[in-house]
Design a binder for this molecule. Structure first.
Ligand SMILES: [Fe+2]
Ligand SMILES: [Fe+2]
Length: 159
């Protein structure tokens, strides 16, 4: 880690690393759930469209976990190494897909709830890092913008 780069962080760095690791776990779990739903969704012609939307969002979540991992290592931390700890480490738990692969509404609801949770998490992190850690703040804002877009994209499917 860069000494000066970490030295300018006016927050408890270990606490910040723990916060970022919780978000890191959320991102993996969302990517897993969305990918899984994209793989099983069926039943109507629109299933292909929903699968595409789920895959696109999953790709964004994978990008988010990677960006968070980069920041965690820069701060001298280690991204969560044990996948069996993802759920307990996460803020949000696993966004459990519905059992029925034909239940579009339940799938979309699962995504919207996960996105709303993510928005709350990143909003809190933005407030925490504002004026204290510009590098993490910028990353959080970038991710927050995409979570806001995800919520809107999936809400628009219900209108
Ligand atoms: Fe995300
Ligand atoms: Fe998202």
């Amino acid at each position: 880690m860069g000494t000066k780069g970490t030295g300018i962080v006016k927050l408890d760095v270990n606490e910040l690393i723990a916060d970022l690791n919780r978000a890191y776990a959320d991102e993996w779990l969302a990517a897993y759930a969305y990918t899984h739903m994209a793989q099983i969704v069926e039943g109507r012609p629109a299933a292909k469209f929903l699968a595409e939307a789920l895959k696109e969002a999953a790709e964004d979540e994978l990008e988010h976990q990677d960006e968070l991992a980069t920041r965690i290592t820069q701060l001298g931390g280690t991204p969560l190494a044990d996948p069996s700890k993802l759920v307990e480490t996460s803020n949000e738990g696993y966004p459990k897909p519905p059992a029925d692969a034909k239940d579009f509404d339940a799938m979309i609801k699962t995504v919207i709830e996960a996105e709303r949770g993510a928005i709350a998490v990143y909003d809190a992190l933005a407030q925490k890092t504002f004026g204290k850690d510009p590098v993490t703040y910028n990353l959080i804002i970038h991710i927050l913008e995409e979570e806001v877009k995800h919520e809107d994209d999936f809400e628009s499917l219900t209108r």
